[in-house]
Design a protein around this ligand. Structure first.
Ligand SMILES: [Cu+2]
Length: 175
């Protein structure tokens, strides 16, 4: 993962911790230095999760600067979950997202309680000839444990990078 993104992610952790009064240690970030396919540049440690007060209610919709981002899919502990985020602005689908650090979106998940960190790889890349620049940005995520997570999706449009924030509750394994 690029250094800039690591900085961004750590800033998110700091903001998250400050917002919710979380004092637990931050999980390790495993960077491979190879961001070309988004593999292996995030890690999530297991640990005891604690619910925190003041957490925004779970929602599949987030708004930021006039943009609405809607999430489809569900997090299930221990399973790969397809998550798709659809970006619109004033009711119109955004179809000209701009690549940012090699992808149309970057997704960071933090587990509430211990701030275990997961940087999720996107499905497809801007230069692969098949991935469209919105409105949908797709990810495949796997979280190891059930419980509340904060998701941060950053995307670039009109030359500005914005972050949509979600609270998502990961369900226990289905079988
Ligand atoms: Cu990324």
């Amino acid at each position: 993962m690029p250094a800039k993104l690591i900085g961004f992610s750590l800033a998110l952790v700091a903001v998250f911790a400050a917002s919710f009064g979380v004092g637990a240690a931050v999980g390790p970030i495993a960077g491979t230095g190879d961001d070309s396919d988004h593999r292996g540049h995030g890690d999530m440690t297991s640990g005891g999760a604690r619910e925190e007060d003041g957490l925004p209610a779970p929602s599949s919709t987030a708004t930021i600067d006039g943009y609405t981002v809607t999430m489809r899919g569900a997090l299930i502990a221990g399973e790969e979950s397809d998550l798709t985020f659809s970006v619109s602005r004033e009711g119109k689908a955004v179809t000209d997202l701009q690549p940012y650090l090699g992808a149309y979106g970057h997704l960071v998940a933090l587990r509430v309680g211990d701030l275990a960190y997961l940087h999720v790889r996107p499905e497809g890349a801007p230069d692969d000839g098949r991935t469209r620049p919105g409105p949908d940005v797709a990810f495949r995520a796997e979280v190891p444990a059930a419980g509340s997570h904060r998701l941060f999706l950053d995307f670039q449009h009109g030359g500005v990078v914005r972050t949509a924030e979600f609270t998502v509750v990961a369900a226990g394994a289905s079988s």
